[in-house]
Unconditional design. Structure first.
Length: 667
């Protein structure tokens, strides 16, 4: 019999007890989860370059064509990568608007189609990189990787490989995925600069551009609103039904799903983990031995290059006797010493010079052969001794590291067992009972994690709800009904499996349920149409000879406002439609459009155009040339991508796209 535990879940208090699994704080997850791909977003893409310095690049990106959503030439994007990007976009939309869209609603709004276009541009660059044979230089990447802040130890600010491993483990990313994704990014970074680099706009072009963007245009503006037209009447039921039918997506109840879920997160185990002094000491010694904490010894040194051994010996003797290295070099007619500050062991190009630098005492000099017929005279100016923090200094950080490591290890143990049980055909109830893990019964929720009565399952801070994890929501709303799912990674580094037990299909809402919203939207649309009709009529009358001032008096004494706009700084009070028409028109042009403020409309007449004839020079000219050069380079980049797409076979697999989003094909 399964035992209920009302505190085990963040969303629904119908959960079963769990028991602790084996510990190993240094063994990070490497089980069946490695089959589940994920992509780090935002700044992580730039940070993960470090993988090349750790593992090297040995694999070539070659997605399974049977799984492709979009392809250009031989370069493809598979369903999983597309879904990762789609989920990221859905999170962004929800953060900005507070609206959780279903995949079908997103499709109706063109969001997946836009992402297909973005992937097409990306694949075009990848395809051309393949044709050009562009690869990645591992040594350059390794040098770059040492400066990536994300993988630095929080105390020593030195590169911390354990931090790198934690990032990969918590995001369930395999080494192969890691390398492939960054390889493509770096190859693109090599391709585009080759096309765009070295473009410098001529000075005359910059002068013309400056005159163009700083051109000043004077106009007169008449703005009117809802109070200047006939009131919008209340809609009839027939009008509402017709309006709802034309805007079905806005008045359709989303699909709801009810399911059982077995979900474990790292925080589920933290309260059961006891961190011992032995574990802290072992972890501390491991990090110290690996050079991942503390500051290593560094030295400030100077190197004089001498043409012969005799000259080098003489320089070393004089410096060791107390003379200044720069004075000695100048006295012998040699180039000034090269100063190297804060170098570590083996930090100089010449190995013999590096050895000498770390064997000398401050103020002493030694000669080292270079192998090129010259001799280095190395002098140590100062030494910054190595610093190793104590265990007490790092106790909190070490305890957190041990806790996270143990929790991830327990989840990895659970993952392997669950994977085996799923392959044996066990049900989610049998798996939960066999492992004594929490099992939750969820109510009906929509794609954004909201119940039919409007409750969002957000959980609490220490136990996040399903509404906060789009990976789980995406899996639930693309999963098969009545079958145990595959293991799904959670955004917190945990795992979950589920079975959908019931669904409520997406369906139009009854008129009585949406009457208020439909009426409001209908009246907004009707007001916009009425304002536009009035604006079209008034603009026609201005073109036929009537003045804005006369029309203003007709509308109840409205005042015509003088306005001025420039291309470099458009008037923020004007609507985009009016601004564009005035900037493209000639004196006498009549512009019209809906105002920036809802329920307003604008009509404007362009009176005059003033051009700046003063020529620019100096720093201002340099800045404008740089800006113009960047714009030209971007135009060339777009043309380059379009040319590749024209040259390569472009394929969009709509069936795969719809299958990835779990939406039906068009009838």
């Amino acid at each position: 019999m399964l035992r209920l535990n009302a505190t085990a879940c963040g969303d629904i208090p119908v959960c079963y007890t769990r028991r602790a699994m084996a510990d190993d704080i240094y063994d990070r997850p490497k089980g069946a989860f490695d089959r589940i791909r994920t992509i780090l977003v935002g700044v992580l893409v730039g940070m993960l370059v470090l993988a090349f310095a750790v593992w090297g690049i040995e694999d070539v990106f070659s997605p399974n064509s049977s799984n492709a959503v979009v392809a250009v030439g031989e370069a493809e994007v598979g369903r999983e990568d597309f879904l990762d990007r789609f989920n990221e976009e859905m999170r962004r939309v929800q953060e900005q608007t507070g609206e959780g869209l279903t995949p079908q609603q997103a499709f109706d709004r063109g969001i997946p189609q836009r992402l297909v276009g973005e992937f097409t541009q990306q694949l075009a660059i990848e395809a051309d990189a393949d044709d050009l044979g562009i690869g990645v230089n591992n040594r350059d990447v390794a040098r770059y990787a040492q400066n990536i802040d994300a993988f630095r130890n929080t105390i020593t600010q030195e590169f911390d490989r354990a931090q790198l491993q934690r990032v990969l483990a918590s995001n369930r990313m395999t080494e192969r995925d890691f390398e492939e994704g960054i390889a493509n990014v770096l190859r693109q970074q090599q391709t585009l600069p080759a096309i765009m680099g070295g473009i410098v706009a001529p000075s005359d072009y910059a002068q013309s551009y400056n005159q163009f963007v700083n051109e000043s245009r004077s106009a007169r503006l008449l703005r009117f609103g809802a109070e200047h037209i006939d009131p919008v009447p209340e809609p009839t039921d027939d009008e509402l039904r017709s309006f709802i039918a034309e805007n079905q997506a806005s008045f359709t109840a989303p699909e709801y799903r009810r399911f059982l879920m077995l979900r474990v997160e790292p925080f589920d185990f933290r309260q059961d983990i006891e961190v011992t002094e032995e574990q802290l000491q072992e972890r501390f010694e491991t990090l110290v031995g690996a050079g991942e904490i503390g500051a290593v010894e560094t030295r400030d040194v100077s190197v004089i290059v001498a043409p012969t051994r005799e000259v080098a010996d003489a320089i070393a003797a004089r410096i060791s006797a107390g003379e200044d290295a720069a004075v000695v070099a100048a006295d012998l007619g040699l180039p000034a010493p090269d100063d190297f500050n804060g170098i570590g062991e083996n930090g100089l190009i010449n190995p013999d010079t590096s050895v000498a630098a770390f064997e000398l005492e401050p103020g002493m000099a030694r000669v080292a052969e270079t192998g090129f017929g010259t001799f280095d005279v190395v002098t140590v100016r100062s030494i910054s001794p190595a610093e190793t923090p104590t265990l007490e200094d790092m106790r909190d950080e070490l305890a957190e590291d041990v806790l996270n490591g143990q929790a991830l290890r327990r989840i990895n143990d659970i993952e392997r067992v669950i994977d085996d049980r799923l392959l044996e055909g066990a049900t989610i109830e049998e798996i939960a009972e066999g492992l004594d893990l929490p099992l939750s019964a969820y109510p009906f929720i929509d794609r954004s994690g909201v119940t039919p009565d409007g409750v969002r399952l957000s959980g609490i801070s220490v136990v996040p709800g399903i509404a906060t994890d789009d990976r789980l929501l995406q899996a639930v709303f693309t999963g098969d009904i009545g079958f145990e799912s595959d293991i799904v990674p959670t955004s917190n580094g945990g795992l979950a499996i589920f079975r959908i037990t019931d669904t409520i299909d997406s369906a139009p809402r009854p008129l009585d349920m949406v009457r208020e919203d439909a009426t409001r939207l209908w009246k907004t649309r009707a007001l916009s149409d009425a304002l536009n009709a009035k604006g079209v009529e008034l603009a026609r009358r201005v073109r036929e000879g009537e003045t804005l001032e006369a029309l203003g008096q007709e509308l109840g004494g409205l005042i015509v406002q003088p306005v001025s706009i420039m291309r470099a700084s458009p008037n923020a009070e004007l609507s985009p439609a009016v601004t564009i028409t005035l900037l493209d028109g000639e004196p006498g042009t009549v512009a019209r459009g809906a105002g920036r403020n809802p329920g307003t409309y604008e009509i404007a007449v362009l009176d005059a155009i003033s051009t700046q004839n003063e020529r620019i020079s100096g720093n201002i000219l340099d800045v404008i040339r740089e800006q113009v050069s960047e714009q030209v380079a971007l135009d060339i980049s777009r043309a380059y991508q379009d040319a590749i797409i024209d040259d390569k076979t472009q394929r969009v697999y709509e069936g795969q796209l719809r299958a990835a989003l779990n939406i039906e094909a068009e009838g």
